[in-house]
Design a protein around this ligand. Structure first.
Ligand code: NDP
Length: 670
């Protein structure tokens, strides 16, 4: 296995595991790309407390200098135009062309007026999982409503060359065990994930009732009918007993809201709506139309990291406009034979997912089934348990000491990643510009085998905007620091709107009991029970990584746990002949209080406030935990959350829910 930390320094004894880093490997690379010890002057190091000196003994870089460097890099990024969400504009109104579906012609169809048991908003992995789990529970009339022309969500839209998922396919792809499907690569490419989405749709009969190329425009609870009424932009008027939101959390493309964007004439498109008519070729490359073109890419996030090496192979010139470099670890993708994972044991996928999640939580189980950059970094990043630290230091660590240990571990990881850049990049200035100076979790961590090497090509130029970003456009050029960069084509790899307000993410209002809109119900903050339902909105459930659930690197595990949970509730409601289920105000209040009192959320907020801006910290403006991308979560972590849901289901009491029996009074079970 390729080891990301093969040359890193780990400042604590680690459990004896096969993947452990030998001491002799800690030698010279520890100083490569680091600030030399003493660079910040003697006085700051002298200022450390005695206890901290214990913990920092043995590090061979200047901790204070590194901290100062991180602060400087963040501060230069916090410029007049580069913070806050207002720097972006959505792809509505005059920018609507950027969100047009390149993959399907709009097909006419008559409006539908029909009742189904369930309507699911969104046909990505979340909606598919809900449909599948409900189908398993006996619901055979689930209607998925989806804006795209097919199932797939993220993997329907994002067909840019090189698109893949950097979470191991065997834990990421849904329902592998149920469908007995073995992924072809360790990290799946987009075509396989799109095809798998279709496989799920077919296997669980979800195509029958699905309405594609259809946007919900209004959703309303009808008290008199005890059901939901849903309207769409196709003039459909639909009703359902249950309404489930599976709208994703980053599905709406966004553009930089910069001067001149509307007068810029070169060809442009957003990464999630790749224009193969313009570039030529397809997902696997062959973009022959670019061989005489100067192509620009704005953005160096997880998407651009995958696009850059592909375009570099075809464009006459590629200019990458960088504001903040990503951290890029080893990927190590490869084909996976059918027996790559033993898929014969019932429950293997859940076990593998839980094992991965345990590493993500820093629990360091003895085995590392996935064994990749994620598990390796997280095993390094999170300090040992307080008990282990006590055994090592001879005392219980204070909170500050624990945070210091986390920082030192983080430095070890980031130093290694910066050293990797120095090793790989030929030009020292480019290498310097590509180095990320922030803590690992400040930005979406990336892993890729070809991204960095692309900058060694003669036809690739990195325009480092020194944290300031592209400042605007002329008619035919991108402007950075007053300098014009002419391009024939510009690709916006500038990401997606990421918010917590469902009205924003869904694009339609949802009206609950007594005519209360969800936007009003949540105007003082999101309120849910378990992140999946809210009081006053009967028979409505939410699937996705919204607030009040958990941080899960493998988002699909969270989606599946939620889908199973919701399927259980609906199944139980059917069996007990209930017409409506909704969480009580008391149970929602209690759950929200639990979230708000979480120490973990407070720690996370402290962490993100110090980070360089990005969507993780509301572009540098986060003030409350809920403002951060990972904020307002169940503090004990994903595995505890899944366990809690499991116990709740096993109790079979629908605890915390108000139950409305059917007027016929026949309650099947109690
Ligand atoms: P991101 O929001 O992560 O990145 C947007 C990029 O645009 C950033 O590099 C940002 O810079 C840059 N940018 C914005 N404005 C300017 C400007 N004025 N000048 C220069 N640069 C600018 O979007 P992505 O599409 O890359 O990724 C979105 C999410 O999708 C990821 O975070 C990840 O969760 C998911 N994803 C997952 C993948 C996977 O393998 N699982 C693959 C791809 C995406 P700055 O950083 O300074 O803000």
């Amino acid at each position: 296995m390729e080891r990301l930390i093969a040359k890193g320094c780990i400042l604590r004894p680690r459990p004896q595991r096969k993947t452990d880093c030998g001491n002799e490997e800690l030698s010279d690379h520890r100083v490569t790309g680091l600030l030399p010890a003493g660079a910040s002057g003697q006085s700051s190091r002298m200022g450390m407390t005695l206890l901290n000196q214990d913990l920092t003994t043995g590090i061979d870089y200047d901790l204070e200098a590194l901290r100062n460097k991180y602060d400087q890099e963040r501060d230069r990024r916090v410029s007049r135009r580069s913070t806050g969400k207002g720097q972006y504009v959505g792809t509505g109104g005059k920018f609507e062309a950027y969100s047009k579906d390149p993959w399907a012609e709009r097909a006419d169809r008559p409006p539908v007026q029909e009742h189904t048991s369930v309507i699911v908003a969104g046909g990505g992995f979340g909606g598919l999982l809900v449909g599948a789990r409900l189908n398993e529970a006996g619901f055979d009339d689930v209607r998925v409503i989806e804006i795209g022309g097919d199932f797939g969500g993220t993997w329907y839209w994002n067909r840019y060359p090189g698109a893949m998922c950097d979470i191991e396919a065997h834990i990421y792809l849904p329902l592998l065990e149920e469908l007995d499907y073995a992924p072809k690569h360790r990290y799946s490419y987009e075509p396989e994930m799109f095809e798998h989405s279709q496989r799920i749709g077919k296997a669980y009969g979800l195509y029958d009732k699905a309405l594609f190329q259809t946007a919900i425009t209004n959703a309303e609870w009808r008290e008199d009918e005890q059901r939901w009424r849903i309207e769409t932009d196709r003039d459909d008027v639909l009703t359902a007993d249950y309404f489930i939101l599976a709208c994703g959390r980053q599905s709406l493309p966004k553009l930089p809201n910069l001067p001149g964007i509307d007068i810029f004439t070169p060809h442009t498109f957003h990464s999630s709506r790749w224009d193969y008519d313009y570039t030529g070729g397809d997902f696997s490359g062959n973009m022959t139309n670019l061989t005489d073109k100067r192509v620009g890419i704005i953005g160096t996030g997880a998407t651009a990291v995958q696009i850059v090496p592909e375009v570099a192979q075809w464009a006459k010139e590629l200019v990458v406009f960088q504001r903040t470099p990503s951290s890029v670890g080893v990927r190590g993708n490869r084909e996976t034979p059918r027996d790559y994972v033993d898929m014969s044991k019932p429950g293997w996928q859940r076990e593998r997912r839980n094992n991965f999640q345990a590493h993500i939580l820093g629990l360091r189980p003895d085995t590392d089934l996935v064994g990749d950059g994620w598990t390796e970094v997280l095993d390094t990043l999170i300090p040992e348990t307080p008990e282990d630290i006590e055994r090592r230091l001879g005392r219980i660590p204070s909170r500050d000491e624990r945070l210091l240990l986390a920082e030192l571990n983080d430095n070890a990881v980031m130093n290694t990643l910066r050293a990797r850049i120095e090793e790989m990049i030929d030009d020292p200035d480019t290498a310097e510009a590509l180095k990320p100076w922030y803590r690992w979790w400040c930005k979406r961590p990336c892993f890729h085998d070809d991204y960095l090497a692309a900058f060694n090509r003669d036809n690739v130029t990195l325009v480092d905007t020194q944290g300031q970003g592209v400042e605007g456009f002329t008619e035919n050029a991108v402007v950075v620091g007053g300098e014009e960069h002419q391009v024939d084509c510009l690709i916006f790899a500038t990401g997606f709107e990421s918010g917590i307000e469902y009205t924003h993410l869904t694009g339609f209002e949802i009206t609950g009991r007594a005519g209360t809109p969800l936007s009003q119900h949540w105007s003082e903050g999101v309120r849910t029970l378990h992140g999946m339902s809210t009081d006053g909105f009967p028979n409505m459930f939410i699937v996705g990584g919204n607030v009040q659930t958990v941080n899960a690197v493998n988002a699909v595990q969270l989606l599946d746990e939620q889908a199973q949970h919701i399927a259980y509730i609906l199944d139980t409601a059917q069996k007990r002949n209930l017409v409506a289920v909704e969480p009580t105000t008391t149970s929602v209040d209690e759950y929200v209080n639990l979230i708000h009192s979480s120490e973990k959320n407070k720690e996370n907020l402290e962490f993100y406030i110090k980070c360089t801006p990005g969507y993780y910290n509301a572009e540098g403006t986060a003030k409350r935990s809920e403002d951060t991308f990972f904020g307002g979560r169940y503090g004990d972590g994903a595995l505890a959350f899944y366990d809690m849901l499991d116990h709740w289901r096993k109790a079979q009491t629908l605890d915390g829910f108000a139950l409305t029996p059917s007027p016929d009074g026949n309650s099947a079970e109690q």
